[in-house]
Design a protein around this ligand. Structure first.
Ligand code: NAP
Ligand code: MG
Length: 506
């Protein structure tokens, strides 16, 4: 983007964007962009301005049939599942290269769809490429011969790891690229074929990933894309030819998908909501914490599933923590997500905006103290129609308040107090573990051993110590209402495999 572009009002800046996809009437089936059968349309809105700028087909059941049929044909009769894993890995590396070439169009389309600041979406291509490259390194694991002796002798078993079949990949709108790629890369390495359904608000950025897959020469039918509402997702989950479902999204929809898959005895991976806690130990370095706080507790304007939106502060340093969190969040610039300096953008959709404002109201009504924010933001320069909520910090939050228990998925942080008089973090651990969820978490503390011991007591899928990150090579997944199964790592690859043991006498 030129300097002139972001100096211009928000609408002019958008008119100047030359995005590859806006209004489209096709979906990706059997290696080609193909007219959808569904005649309905789903709008794509820019949450920073409220402008409608794109649209996609609202797919019909026939579109799901065509996509699954294409994936099934590629699985049953095509080369893909029969290639050596190292040959598939070479495709993954080529996809990574093609994704990197499309970094700008990916970033800008993503930002226009869901309002993620470009400071966030600019990393989407590199992140996606990193995931493809990481899974490519697991070809060795798939190729390694696995022969196991019978414990009592007399025979051995050859253990095969076979691709599970056609996989349905269903994603939410907050990270529309990453949350597909963490499913697509292991599915492809395993030798599966896939049908992807993006979330309704964010159907366009994924087309750029499909272009990269096609440019990398992945055979026709291996990757298919349909667009449409949750109804279409439901048809995909229940399609008789689908062998596995991988879903990221909300807990209520996850439960419905789990119920459908239970009935069908269909393997399913669910990455759902979260309400994670950052435990601040009494010896924590608050200056260091302030440097990671926006990322660890309000990344992507609070629309990140595993951020720690509850901060558990020791009573002995409560006001100090409140001051640090308040000043750090208040200093983050909210504005046009296309502006590289913007830290906080809008909520991704109008309905999410209303939900977040309802939570803010409920926090105020239940007696929490807004130390910054606490209302809708009104921005000028063409952003008047955008879905902006002021980044909000609530102090004096108690565990029974709704804002303390439920996932808000917006720019709202709650600070709770724990009693550290006994010199240990028992009450903090109890508070952290006392939610329905178990996805992320953080410990801030100066003593690495104490911090590790606290992390070990947290009932959650991942914890960062003075550090917020996810590692492609380590399992990522939630406990309790945060989901079933894991993504990333060898564990994430195993979810796309089916085992066969061939026993023989020796
Ligand atoms: P959502 O409403 O659950 O939707 C997720 C996806 O499922 C969308 O593609 C949606 O399509 C589709 N869908 C809706 N109903 C369906 C049904 N009955 N059967 C099959 N598919 C259906 O979630 P969201 O509002 O997009 O995303 C926000 C949620 O995602 C938050 O709760 C957040 O915590 C969670 N999340 C979790 C993780 C994680 O890794 N644990 C990561 C990011 C986000 P439509 O868009 O067309 O409705
Ligand atoms: Mg939804």
């Amino acid at each position: 983007m030129s300097a002139a572009t972001h100096a211009a009002p928000a609408r002019a800046a958008r008119a100047a964007l030359n995005l590859p996809y806006t209004h489209v009437d096709d979906i990706f089936i059997n290696g080609a962009w193909t007219a959808a059968r569904g005649t309905g349309r789903n709008p794509v809105t820019d949450p920073a301005t409220g402008e409608l700028w794109g649209s996609v087909p609202d797919g019909a059941p026939e579109d799901v049939d065509a996509a699954v049929g294409s994936a099934r044909k590629a699985f049953d009769g095509g080369d893909w599942p029969r290639l050596a894993p190292s040959e598939r890995a070479a495709y993954l590396v080529r996809i990574a290269e093609e994704v990197e070439k499309r970094a700008d169009e990916l970033s800008l389309t993503n930002t226009r769809e869901n309002g993620s600041p470009v400071s966030e979406s600019a990393g989407a291509a590199a992140n996606a490429a990193g995931i493809f490259r990481y899974f490519a390194t697991l070809a060795d694991y798939l190729e390694r011969e696995d022969v196991r002796a019978f414990p009592k002798g007399g025979g051995e078993s050859v253990v095969r790891r076979e691709p599970i079949g056609v996989c349905a990949l269903i994603a939410p709108w907050n990270f529309p690229i990453n949350l597909v790629v963490i499913k697509l890369a292991p599915a492809l390495l395993a030798g599966c074929t896939v049908v992807i359904k993006p979330a309704s608000p964010t159907p366009l950025s994924l087309r750029v990933i499909i272009d990269a897959v096609a440019a990398a020469g992945v055979p026709a039918g291996v990757v298919n894309l349909v667009t449409g509402s949750g109804r279409l997702g439901d048809a995909l989950v229940k399609h008789p030819e689908v062998a596995k479902v991988a879903f990221t999204g909300s807990t209520p929809v996850g439960r419905k998908i789990a119920a459908a898959c239970g009935e069908l005895l269909r393997p399913v991976t669910l990455e759902l909501g979260g309400k994670s806690s950052a435990i601040v130990l009494p010896d924590a370095d608050l200056d260091a914490m302030s440097k990671v706080l926006i990322r660890s507790s309000m990344r992507n304007t609070g629309q990140t599933c595993y951020i720690s939106t509850r901060i558990l502060a020791p009573a002995s340093r409560y006001e100090e923590v409140v001051d640090m969190v308040t000043s750090t969040i208040a200093a983050g610039k909210q504005g046009d997500p296309l502006d590289p300096d913007t830290v906080f953008g809008p909520c991704a959709t109008e309905s999410q905006y209303r939900t977040v404002l309802e939570y803010v109201e409920s926090g105020l009504a239940e007696g929490a103290r807004a130390t910054t924010g606490g209302r809708a933001a009104s921005l000028g320069g063409g952003l008047e129609g955008g879905y902006f909520v002021e980044p909000t910090v609530f102090a004096d939050v108690t565990p029974d308040m709704r804002i303390s228990r439920e996932e808000i998925f917006g720019p709202v942080i709650c600070i709770l107090k724990y009693n550290d008089a006994g010199g240990n973090a028992d009450e903090a651990v109890e508070l952290a573990n006392n939610t329905e969820f178990g996805l992320g978490g953080l410990v801030f503390g100066a003593d690495p051993e104490v911090a590790l011991a606290v992390a070990d007591r947290m009932d959650t899928g991942s914890v960062g110590i003075n550090f917020f990150a996810s590692n492609h090579a380590a399992p990522f997944g939630g406990r309790h209402d945060s989901g079933l199964g894991t993504e990333y790592g060898v564990e994430g690859l195993n979810a796309y495999l089916s085992y066969k043991s061939i026993h023989r006498k020796v």
